[in-house]
Design a protein around this ligand. Structure first.
Ligand code: 8OZ
Length: 364
């Protein structure tokens, strides 16, 4: 029998099945970066009894933005819209954690407050594009953060977690993956600092660990997760020793006793599957982290069954399949065919490609 449909705990979260909805940037919020009723309908459709939803990446400050239309959690006025979403998900017997986000250098002055340069550990630019209200904009040269600015950003993560709690979320996930600010501190290709936040891994991990502790101050550790993408290259990321870097991070997160780590397998590059293969990141980290491990990165039903069977992961996050199949857990359980997704409607727009994907008539 498939483990995918057996219960598992992630800290204080009780999952009735192991099909997790991955965090998915959809860029459909209202002015003021407020969540709206369309977003509520989208999350409600994807909620299931015992299911866990991870919200789309949600900036903890205006400086943390790289994609116009992302909903925020930096302002009390954003709490109400999120409350409608968490209430609806809970009403269907599901749970939802908020993913807390700061993009760091993956931004552009047109998206930043007062047209300022984006910030990063060091002044090194990424390749790629962000999205301003007027369209795609190439990432620009960031400004290296002053040492004195860092505690304020960590406090903003903490304030975001506290607002998420006020909005009824079951926990928070720190976005430590995909080349955003915490990842920029972690990996030595982007962190050339000479203060106590740069240099050896003990220093490069300091930012992520302090951000995690700030979230723990709002929720208990058993309601905090961290997403990591060991050796992911999205956002022009690189590290000279990813095994050592991410091994250290997993051990320290283990000491903090957080609910889960959520690991993106390196076979995903941006949004493209680059290689089929054994999940290697979760296998390496399993020996170091004793809490729950959620694996992500282009899994299908067979791949999910396989990684659960090895014991290297406890649950599996699905992204694109969840976009196009609001009833994905039931479809996987019953072996029903999946609706293909339409990439053209992933980012921004309206209900089309968002809340109009059909439910399968045979899914409960
Ligand atoms: C796609 C487009 C914009 C943002 C990530 C939050 O890669 C994202 C993202 C993905 O984690």
């Amino acid at each position: 029998m498939s483990k995918l449909f057996t219960p598992v705990a992630a800290g204080a979260l009780s999952l009735g099945h192991r099909v997790v909805m991955a965090p998915l940037t959809r860029m459909r919020s209202d002015p003021g970066d407020r969540p709206n009723a369309l977003m509520r309908d989208y999350y409600t459709q994807r909620a299931s009894r015992g299911g866990l939803i991870i919200s789309e990446a949600t900036p903890i400050s205006r400086q943390g933005y790289g994609y116009a239309g992302a909903p925020g959690i930096y302002d009390d006025a954003q709490i109400e819209g999120w409350r409608a979403i968490t209430d609806a998900v809970h009403g269907r017997g599901g749970q939802i954690v908020m993913q807390l986000w700061h993009v760091g250098r993956q931004s552009h002055p047109d998206i930043q407050p007062n047209g300022e340069a984006p910030v990063a550990p060091s002044a090194i630019a990424a390749e790629g594009y962000g999205y301003a209200a007027h369209g795609p904009v190439p990432f620009t040269m960031p400004r290296a953060l002053e040492r004195a600015e860092i505690p304020g950003i960590i406090a903003e993560f903490g304030a975001g977690a506290a607002r998420a709690k006020a909005a009824g979320f079951d926990g928070v996930e720190i976005h430590g993956a995909n080349g955003y600010l915490p990842d920029q501190f972690l990996q030595d290709g982007t962190n050339k600092r000479t203060d106590d936040y740069g240099g050896p891994i003990e220093n490069r991990a300091r930012f992520l660990l302090e951000v995690t502790q700030a979230a723990i101050a709002a929720f208990d550790a058993d309601r905090v997760g961290v997403r990591l993408s060991p050796s992911g290259t999205y956002g022009s990321m690189s590290d000279s020793d990813p095994r050592a870097t991410f091994g250290y991070v997993a051990s320290k997160l283990d000491e903090l006793g957080i609910a889960y780590i959520h690991v993106v397998e390196p076979r995903i590059k941006g949004t493209e599957l680059i290689a089929e293969g054994e999940p290697i990141a979760v296998h390496h980290l399993r020996a170091l982290f004793h809490g729950t491990i959620i694996a992500a990165g282009g899994f299908d039903r067979a791949g999910a069954d396989a990684v659960l069977e090895t014991g290297d992961a406890d649950a599996v996050a699905f992204g694109r399949a969840f976009i196009a199949n609001p009833d994905l857990p039931e479809r996987l359980r019953l072996g029903l065919p999946l609706t293909p997704y339409d990439r053209a409607t992933f980012y921004g727009g309206d209900a089309r490609g968002y809340t109009d994907y059909p439910f399968h008539p045979n899914a409960a």
